[in-house]
Ligand binder design. Structure first.
Ligand SMILES: C[S@@+](CC[C@H](N)C(=O)[O-])C[C@H]1O[C@@H](n2cnc3c(N)ncnc32)[C@H](O)[C@@H]1O
Length: 476
């Protein structure tokens, strides 16, 4: 092991010990990757579903996106927000949150930076975008040194948060503070994860830096899946079988995006050109997410050179459907317009269908009990189709699979509730009986897998949570 890898390995292990989240028998270590830089590797065979490691955020806070909702800076809820009475400009939801240790420190720091009598009440959203890197200034020396070991991007576009603090807020940062903050911004851009907090019905998204997970490289067919528990810990599981000495990968992008979109975004945000097996295969293992309908014949056009970043395909017109909210409109677009241009496997059709899964059964007018049989059956068909796609993409027990399995289970349950199998049940024909039996077996298999995949996920539905075999990842 080379010196720098040894140092990283030591520091990460010490960090995990300090957070009391290291397991007795580790199944991973850090090595040099042939992709460049460091990576995480399996030290033994790991079975699908096994927890590989648990990581804890070294820095966590609001996201940097300009369209993020305002949240309480302590508990991250979105309700009952008021401005901190100390006039730092940040939102809190209660006196307890205002007086929390985390907030008191940052409130003091922000007030020390500001020019007297400045009022930032209109700029709360902008201040929230800058808060996560600001929190790095409270790290102890060991944690600072660990952050310094993580990958950073040198491009000057990273660090807009510091520009905002200086230019929009006229904050008086010291030179040391500015240098460290700019560095942390570039580390966050290279490594941070979107973290889900809240529960099934009320969720917020945060930005978290997880030291061990930051060392995992990317693959478009990742062999892991991760979820966040109620302590904002990241739990990384094997999504497929991982052989001893194989590299452990995350996916940095959405797995149902086509090659061009994935590679473009990876290049833009993480500054590398992915050359994984899926990217090299024009059909993406048969997933055909980049497929277009051929206007001259019944076939599907696929990119001849999928690794070519320059591409003239025009697809902005069909992307507008993002703004359409109405279920009927969405189906109309899917069935009448989109189907003329792209095959059902195309990423735009896939994303639209995935959106429909979350409307059917949940939106007023389309709640489970009021769903027409046609829509219920379409939802079931979409779930099955998307699950089949995920299998093709070789992404194993990923979070999306867990979510779709549960939605499919709910469709079958609703059909059962409506007695759609009743006539079959009265009829004593053997074949029909076996059909009921198959549905019941299928429902149980689907439900059990959804429970397994969701285990420890803070955002999982209560029904799944009630069936978890363990309440905490460290329960014996
Ligand atoms: C989160 S870091 C991963 C760990 C990194 N290799 C290290 O040594 O710290 C992300 C960076 O790793 C590199 N990387 C990750 N996956 C890659 C891949 N599939 N191909 C090439 N470079 C990759 C890129 O430089 C990327 O910006």
């Amino acid at each position: 092991m080379c010196e720098s890898v040894k140092r990283t390995d030591n520091m990460v292990n010490n960090y995990l010990k300090s957070r009391e989240i290291i397991r007795n028998e580790k199944s991973w270590d850090i090595r040099m990757s042939k992709l460049g830089g460091r990576g995480i590797f399996a030290t033994r065979d790991i079975n699908p579903g096994e927890v590989i490691f648990v990581d804890s955020p070294i820095i966590i806070g609001p996201r940097a996106r300009s369209d993020s909702s305002e949240i309480c800076v302590n508990c991250y809820r979105r309700d009952d927000l008021v401005k901190c009475s100390k006039k730092c400009g940040l939102p809190v939801c209660s006196v307890e949150c205002e007086n929390s240790e985390t907030h008191k420190k940052e409130c003091c720091l922000l007030n020390s930076w500001k020019k007297e009598d400045s009022d930032y009440s209109d700029l709360t959203g902008e201040l929230l975008r800058c808060l996560t890197p600001v929190r790095s200034l409270f790290l102890n020396e060991n944690d600072r040194n660990l952050v310094k070991l993580l990958k950073s991007h040198s491009d000057p576009k990273h660090g807009f948060e510091v520009d905002l603090l200086k230019e929009k807020f006229n904050f008086r940062l010291s030179e040391d503070e500015e240098i460290f903050l700019r560095f942390v911004c570039s580390v966050l851009d290279a490594n941070a994860f979107e973290v889900v907090v809240g529960n099934e019905t009320k969720q917020s998204a945060l930005r978290g830096l997880y030291p061990l997970s930051s060392l995992a490289n990317h693959n478009c067919s990742p062999n892991t899946a991760h979820i966040f528990d109620n302590k904002q810990r990241m739990i990384v599981r094997a999504a497929v079988f991982i052989a001893k000495d194989a590299e452990i990968f995350h996916s940095y992008v959405r797995i149902v995006w086509g090659t061009l979109t994935r590679r473009y975004l990876l290049y833009l945000t993480k500054h590398f050109a992915c050359g994984c097996e899926r990217c090299c295969d024009p059909s993406e293992f048969g997933g055909k997410l980049s497929g277009l309908k051929c206007q001259g014949c019944p076939g599907i056009a696929l990119p001849v050179e999928p690794l070519q970043l320059k591409c003239n395909w025009e697809w902005s017109r069909v992307q507008n459907i993002d703004e359409a909210n109405d279920v009927q409109e969405m189906f109309k677009f899917l069935d009448e317009k989109l189907s003329q241009l792209v095959p059902p496997t195309n990423q735009i059709a896939v994303e639209l269908k995935y959106k429909l899964v979350w409307r059917l059964g949940y939106r007023p007018g389309y709640l489970w009990k009021e769903l027409s049989l046609e829509y219920l059956e379409r939802k079931e068909a979409i779930c099955r189709e998307l699950l089949e796609l995920l299998s093709r993409l070789k992404v194993g027990q990923c979070k999306m699979r867990g979510l779709l399995l549960y939605e499919l289970y709910l469709c079958l349950q609703e059909k059962q509730r409506r007695g759609l199998n009743e006539s079959i049940e009265i009829n004593n024909n053997n074949e029909d009986e076996s059909e009921i039996c198959n549905t019941k077996n299928e429902m149980k298999t689907i439900f059990d897998e959804a429970v397994d995949i969701s285990t420890f996920d803070v955002g999982a539905s209560q029904e799944l949570k009630n069936n978890w075999k363990k309440a905490d990842v460290f329960d014996l």
